[in-house]
Structures are given as C-alpha cells and as structure tokens.
Design a protein around this ligand. Sequence first.
Ligand SMILES: NC(=O)c1ccc[n+]([C@@H]2O[C@H](COP(=O)([O-])OP(=O)(O)OC[C@H]3O[C@@H](n4cnc5c(N)ncnc54)[C@H](OP(=O)(O)O)[C@@H]3O)[C@@H](O)[C@H]2O)c1
Length: 483
Amino acid sequence: MVSRVIPVEPFDLVIFGGTGDLARRKILPGLYRRFQAGQMTPDSRIIGAARADLDDNGFRALVAEAIAEFVPAERQDKAVLGEFLKQLHYVAIDAKGEGGWPQLKALMRSGVVQAFYFSVAPALFGDLAERLRAHKIAGKNDRIVVEKPFGRDLATARELNATLARHFDESQIYRIDHYLGKETVQNLMAVRFANILFEPLWKAEYIDHVQITVAETVGVDGRGAYYDTSGAMRDMVQNHLMQLLCLIAMEPPYHFDPNAVRDEKLKVIRALDAVQPQDIVRGQYLAGDGQGGYLEHSENPASRTESYIALKCHISNWRWKGTPFYLRTGKRLRARTSEIAITFKEPPHSIFDDAEGWRENVLVIRLQPNEGMNLMMMIKEPGPGGMRLTQVPLDMSFADALGEAHQETPDAYERLIMDVIRGNQTLFMRGDEVEAAWAWADPIITGWESRGDKPQAYDAGSSGPEDALMLMHRDGRRWRDIR
Ligand SMILES: NC(=O)c1ccc[n+]([C@@H]2O[C@H](COP(=O)([O-])OP(=O)(O)OC[C@H]3O[C@@H](n4cnc5c(N)ncnc54)[C@H](OP(=O)(O)O)[C@@H]3O)[C@@H](O)[C@H]2O)c1
C-alpha cells in the first residue's frame, strides 16, 4: 500500500531566516524530500532571505550542506539535489531596513501560490508583515507562516495577533504547531471519527482518565539561557500538549474542515477548569551521567523555571465531567517517548471469580518512538488452568502494518508546508485558539510566580520528581512507565 503523491500547484515560497537553524534542519530538508517525492514540481521556487550577504550560489551551497547533514543517507541523491538547488534563490534583506525589498518584489511571480515563512524571532514578525505590504509584495491571497513561540502570555499573544491582523486576514495566517503535522496525531482524528468502535465509549461514563506524556532524554544544554525565560509550561504544555488534549476531547466536527475542526478545539480549551496549585508539580533535573544539571545549563543558579511539569486538569462539559486529564512533559527523563493513554473504566460487574491480574482496557496512541496504537485487552490465559484472565496488547505498529507506505510518510514540517501551499489551515492554530490556551495557562504561571514556588529537583534519567508520582497515587492511579 503506497500512498499517492499529488503534486501541489507551482509556488514561490520566501523563507525569511532561510539561513537559520530551523530552515537548515527542518524546512529546507523537508522541501527537498517533497521535491524528491514529486510533490513540489520543478516550476516552483524557494527564495531564502536573511541579512547575510549571500548570492544564489552561496545560498545553494548552504542548503546543499544542510541537506547532507539533515537528510538521512538513504534519501540523498546527487541528481535530485542538483535539480532542487536550481529552484533556490536568495535575497539579502534586513527585516528592519528597506534594502532588498525591491529585489524580492522583482523575483516574485504572479499566477503562482505565494507564501512567506517567518522563520525568524517573533519580534520581527511585525516588521516583515508591514514591509511585505508596504512594498506591495504580498497580496490578499498570499499566505504567511509563523513559528512558535506565539507569545509568552495572553497579552503578548494578543499583541502578536493584532500586529499580524493589521496586515493579513486570519485566513492567510498559518501558525505552526509541528505536533499537529505528526502522522499519529492526525490518526487520532481518523481513529475517533472514521470508526464506530470508540466514539460511543469516548466519554466520562466509560473513560477513567487520560494521560498525555511527552518525555525527552535531552537537557537544555546549549540553549539553556533562552529556555530559562520559557520553561516546560510555556514551551510544551500551552501549545503541543494542549493541542493533543483538544484532539482527544473535542466533539466531532460537522466536517473535516479547517474552521469546523478549530471551532471544536477552541470549545475544549474554553471548557478547561482552572488548575489548582496542588494539582501541579514542577521539577528541575539534577546533574548526572557526566552532564550538568538544569541550574548549570540555564546559567542561572537561582532559576525557578521548570524543566518538568505534571498537572491534572478537568474539562467542564457533558462529555468529560469527572474524567481527569493528566499531562506531563520534561527534559532529561528516562526515555524519549510521546504517547497518549486512554484508560477505560472496569466493567460494572465481573462474572469471573478470578479477579487477580485484572486490568482496565487502555488505548495507547504512540507518537514516538515506533508510531502506532496499542489496545490493552483482557483475555483468558491460555492453558488448562481454568478461567484465568490475563492482559494482552492488540498492537498495531504503523511501520509493520503499512510497510512501504509508512517509510514514505513525510515528517511534520513536510506535511505542514505542503498544506500551506494547498491553502488548508486545518492543522494550524487559529488566533483565538492560541489566545484561549494562554488565557488558561496564564493564571497557572502567575500563581506559582506570585507564591514563589520552587521546582523540585529530580534525578537525570528518572521519571521525574517524586511528587509527580503522588499526583496520581492520591487519586488511586499511576503513571505509565516512561520507557
Ligand atoms: N530551531 C528550531 O528548532 C525551532 C523550533 C521551533 C520554533 N523555532 C522558531 O523559529 C524561528 C527561527 O529560529 P531559528 O532557530 O532558525 O533561529 P536562528 O538560527 O537564530 O536563525 C534566525 C534567522 O533569522 C535571520 N535574521 C535575524 N535577524 C534578521 C533580520 N533583522 N532580518 C532578516 N533576517 C534576520 C538570521 O540570519 P541573519 O543573521 O543573516 O540575518 C537567520 O537566518 C524562531 O522564532 C524560533 O523561536 C525554531
């Protein structure tokens, strides 16, 4: 089963910050892969823009290096690369100055899709938007793509939205949350809304609780000073984990349509209760395995920023009243894993005498590693020993189930950039969604700031702070192992 690649319309994509880390690691290698797959046709162009004094050939050399470094060896192909590089151009532009804009305008073609990727610091979004309009480069059908962080609280997110809205309509703005581009995340919607199996059970009556885990083994070494101004709540929960929660909890949209899907996600965020201080645990990793601890990496010995957070939240609506959602994410943990686990309630009555070994059904959706799904089921233990029960996984690894087609699945950035060109905003956050998520997160953050709460230390390579275990234990539940 190999999925069909449908070429997108010819486009001119300008990448502001085309020489930066994100462009080199994700955007340009992603475009190369889409070109290689035949999705980006030879009449499309990519125009890099940054302050560095480069010409087309200098930019092409930089991109060739990035592809050599960030595209897996088995995908490297000299002939394809040669053709891809021909489609690349460069203009030296300072977002804050007037130089370079006429050259960019002269390069852009009419009659093709035009998109502008703001892969620069958010402080420059306003300058870019204003100059794209002032120099009459961007029109009313063109698209702009912006990256996280989208604000650091509600006030800054509103300001950023207002800045963009002065120059572009909401239908032109593509706010990237790369988690939404992940295959399994989209599969969440397919599993829920293309099968009859789960939806009747998808409610507080049958679901005991939901766990969302995004665990990383890496620390913040190298970008600690920046990270220290953010922390796990701002960096991960307000955006990525919140988006996952929305996809699990939302009502079925009337159609798989950008605004219908985003309307339903927004309702979930608005229905979230305030999180109580006793339902939040924050942590900072200690030194270990020859690596420094968070305080060292953040270059701030007095830091109160969290590299780990676990919290319990409730959604106040008919579907979810009474089902807690436990969220946790952190750095320097035991394993790199991301999963959503939906634990169903026990059957109301057991007809079996042997309740030993009894476990609830759990649907696990693995985002990484080894994307797939796992449904933990009770069956009879094989053998002549009478009616004894045991739990087994119904395991579906996408790599095994889909074979070659899975090998071909584009990564999140590839898919999202192609969606920008197609003009499909379903997997991008709308301005009101971002603001609602900050409206929920702000009081949580200001709460611990005003109380002067200090994060709890946790061992590098562990599952996080002790108190995080207690957060679930006191509800008679336990976290799934991080492995
Ligand atoms: N890197 C990631 O993995 C990642 C992940 C998620 C989100 N992001 C976000 O993506 C954006 C870019 O991140 P990055 O890591 O790529 O940053 P970076 O490595 O510092 O690159 C910044 C880029 O912007 C250009 N630039 C800086 N000032 C400019 C100006 N005044 N006018 C025009 N271009 C300018 C730089 O080139 P010159 O210095 O030559 O101008 C460079 O190409 C940021 O908003 C970041 O938060 C990054």
